[in-house]
Design a protein around this ligand. Structure first.
Ligand SMILES: [Fe+2]
Ligand SMILES: [Fe+2]
Length: 255
């Protein structure tokens, strides 16, 4: 099985990135996927779909995703807005608490998508029963689980970025440790950089943004806006229950 990961599109962002807007980048990524990876079974979007969570931004996102031949599953990030997202994508499952969390099977895996949205905060949180929901999913799982969440479940080592971390990361790490035999890998966005880590010994991947990247500055306590690294999307290849994770640079169309 092959699946695609798109992260941190930030539709509506006014950030000045030479040569592209968020919609330009999404169009280029979709064209690249359709040319080279149209055989993927699934596309996962890792949040920060939009910049402010407005209805107009979600409408633009929906329109730009339309040419993709495979189904899309989405989670939200700190730049989204849960109710606006739910209005725009009413088919997206929610849990009993109304959080945009869902679980489904594809290939040999159970996909577990988490909602780390914390209104008014750039960091993430898993309060309100969201961790209990995860615990229940992992306890019930009868196949290897892939976890997806916007905020990384690991310390990036980039101090400026860590100010925006997942608040209850230690509790999540404990939960992964308790179900380590069922958690095959974790995927996150938010970091706007390609980074690999382990969480309770399980592999974890941070994905680059479709729009702008965060400098991998291991000293500066302040987050600098962006660097010149190109946008990328993820391609995950599965071989049984093993995974190969690619970060794919895509060229922008000529102006
Ligand atoms: Fe982001
Ligand atoms: Fe984010």
């Amino acid at each position: 099985m092959k699946f695609i990961i798109l992260s941190d599109i930030h539709i509506g962002s006014k950030k000045q990135v030479p040569g592209r807007t968020p919609v330009d980048s999404l169009h280029a990524a979709v064209a690249h996927i359709n040319e080279r990876n149209a055989d993927a079974e699934l596309c996962i979007l890792l949040g920060d779909l939009t910049e402010t969570g407005s209805d107009e931004e979600y409408a633009a996102l929906k329109e730009a995703l339309r040419p993709l031949p495979m189904p899309c599953r989405m989670i939200i990030g700190n730049h989204d807005e849960r109710e606006g997202f739910k209005r725009a994508f009413p088919e997206t499952p929610v849990d009993a608490g109304g959080f945009a969390q869902q679980v489904f099977d594809a290939g040999d895996f159970r996909f577990v998508l988490l909602d780390t949205y914390w209104p008014g905060n750039g960091g993430g949180i898993l309060d309100g029963g969201r961790l209990d929901w995860l615990e229940a999913q992992l306890s019930a799982a009868d196949k290897p689980c892939l976890l997806f969440l916007h905020h990384p479940p690991f310390d990036s080592g980039v101090p400026g970025f860590e100010a925006l971390r997942l608040e209850d990361r230690p509790a999540l790490q404990s939960l992964v440790a308790a179900h380590a035999e069922k958690v095959r890998a974790l995927f996150s966005g938010h970091c706007h950089m390609t980074v690999s880590a382990t969480v309770a010994g399980r592999p974890a991947f941070g994905m680059r943004s479709l729009f702008y990247q965060i400098p991998q500055d291991f000293v500066n306590p302040k987050l600098k806006g962006s660097d010149t690294a190109p946008p990328a999307y993820g391609v995950v290849l599965t071989n049984g229950t093993d995974l190969t994770v690619h970060s794919v640079d895509f060229d922008l169309p000529a102006a």
